[in-house]
Ligand binder design. Structure first.
Ligand code: FE2
Length: 394
């Protein structure tokens, strides 16, 4: 989790009375704010403590909407895949219109090109997984129980599980995301942290590049509010007896934050460096890396694009954002390639020689490498370029 942040008003110690000053409707006029502790890993790891106008436990009703397990496509051999996702028809809203593409026990990758911001529900909570929303295109405001924060194109928006939020886009027709739903918590790679809990110098980003909520969002409303809650395959409608965004202040290490891919400081060498230099997040069962625009290798004899490689113990996925990807042909923005274990992959024919005099690449891509095999959904198979496995032939 990022770093200590404090927004709004909080009492001077944990777990003491926090009296409300002045007038206000308040919950039954008890005259206090209600403490709410949000913890991770069983109270042992990062936590935040927030203060509500009303207890966040005031649930009027819960209703099961559906329970739908992801289905894997079963008619595909082990091979490389190229999914062209730029022109997926716009579909549904922010929460229910997500199209599952790849999944295993640790992560579900979705593409999301919403047709409208909201359908029945404006407010959403993922109770079972942390979400990484990579904003391929778009921008707006993320409103959550922790307050307001802006997001923009090429941001990773990291939303820890259990946080009620809604996205308020500047223009919904622009919004286009890659979403990674993570069963394990999304963390800053351990090797980037010093023993004091600060991001080490020499890491590809610092605390200044991570942005949390900037102001509280305190809505004092006694009306029933519907929240769509997802946990794994189950979707539940939760009716709160008041508006969930009623926090006057909070502090701690757990909150939604953004990191923009353009702020990733690439580490380069005299010869080609391996993918871990691009690592951005660490999650149980997979990693997320950012291939940011960068200077290419400077050794006079350096081959400036990646070597052929086998990911012996990983499935490798790239989501291409922009720029010309030097080692690939036929790839376009919003292409997704899956290079699974068991088959080597590498530069396409002609790209090694073509890169000989290159000094810089403007490519931007998001990579995620998984420990366990990824399954394709039927929606993914429909987007697949059947000829991709032969694209390494001259
Ligand atoms: Fe690779």
């Amino acid at each position: 989790m990022p770093y200590y942040l404090k927004i709004g008003e909080i009492p001077r110690k944990h777990h003491i009375w926090f009296h409300r000053n002045g007038e206000g409707p308040g919950y039954k006029n008890e005259g206090i704010y209600y403490e709410h502790v949000v913890t991770t890993e069983g109270f042992n790891e990062a936590f935040s403590i927030m203060y509500h106008l009303r207890p966040p436990t005031r649930v009027r009703n819960v209703k099961l909407l559906k329970c739908e397990e992801l289905k894997k496509a079963t008619d595909s051999p082990l091979r490389h895949h190229h999914l062209k996702t730029a022109n997926i028809p716009r579909n549904g809203d922010f929460y229910t219109g997500r199209i599952p593409i790849l999944f295993n026990q640790d992560v579900v990758a979705y593409r999301s090109r919403p047709e409208k911001a909201y359908d029945k529900f404006q407010y959403y909570r993922n109770g079972g997984a942390d979400e990484i929303i990579f904003v391929f295109k778009g921008g707006g405001t993320l409103e959550s129980v922790f307050g307001k924060q802006l997001y923009r194109a090429e941001d990773y928006i990291v939303i820890p599980r259990g946080i009620t939020y809604r996205l308020v886009p500047d223009n919904v027709e622009e919004e286009d995301y890659l979403i990674l739903e993570s069963v394990g918590p999304v963390r800053i790679p351990h090797r980037y942290m010093n023993k004091e809990g600060q991001i080490k110098m020499g890491s590809p980003y610092s605390e200044r590049d991570l942005h949390g909520p900037t102001e509280p969002l305190t809505i004092d409303k006694d009306e029933d509010t519907e929240i769509l809650v997802k946990d794994g395959p189950r979707w539940t409608q939760v009716t709160m007896a008041h508006h969930p965004f009623d926090v006057v202040g909070w502090d701690g290490y757990v909150y939604p934050f953004t990191f923009n891919a353009q702020d990733f400081e690439p580490i380069t060498g005299t010869v080609h460096q391996p993918p871990p230099i691009h690592q951005t997040f660490e999650i149980r069962g997979y990693v997320v890396c950012t291939f940011a625009p960068r200077m290419l290798d400077t050794h006079p004899e350096a081959v400036r694009i990646p070597w052929v490689h086998d990911n012996v113990e990983a499935d490798e996925v790239l989501f291409y954002v922009r720029g010309n990807f030097g080692s690939r042909r036929g790839i376009e923005p919003a292409s997704i390639t899956l290079h699974p274990r068991g088959i080597p992959h590498g530069p396409h024919p002609g790209t090694i020689m073509a890169s000989k005099n290159a000094t810089r690449t403007e490519e931007l891509a998001v990579m995620f490498d998984t420990q366990h095999t990824l399954e394709l959904t039927e929606q993914a198979v429909a987007l697949d370029d059947q000829k991709y496995p032969q694209s390494w032939l001259e």
